[in-house]
Design a protein. Structure first.
Length: 98
């Protein structure tokens, strides 16, 4: 007589990483909050890079204390260094919460 065998179920998941390259021109300028030179990108160009609206991106930089400044024509320029640091912090927070 055969004894019943245990059965297992195996689930395999594949994640796909897609490389997307977009470019934007930056301006090198001193960042008052970083205390060093940094690349600055216009808000509209940064929103295009991230595939979001300028309103949503401005909300993100406001709530995450990203550095930015206004030029003489009232255009918003984002400090790329602080933006990347905030994105990294946001990503680490999501991993901890999962």
């Amino acid at each position: 007589m055969m004894t019943p065998k245990k059965q297992r179920e195996i689930v395999i998941e594949f994640e796909r990483i897609q490389l997307i390259r977009k470019r934007a021109k930056t301006e090198l300028a001193p960042c008052g909050k970083c205390g060093r030179g940094s690349d600055f990108v216009p808000l509209l160009d940064a929103a295009d890079l991230f595939g979001t609206t300028d309103t949503d991106l401005f909300h993100f930089i406001s709530t995450n204390d990203c550095h930015y400044h206004l030029d003489s024509t009232s255009r918003i320029f984002l400090c790329v260094t602080s933006l990347i640091e905030s994105l990294k912090h946001q990503n680490q927070t999501r991993r901890l919460m999962a």
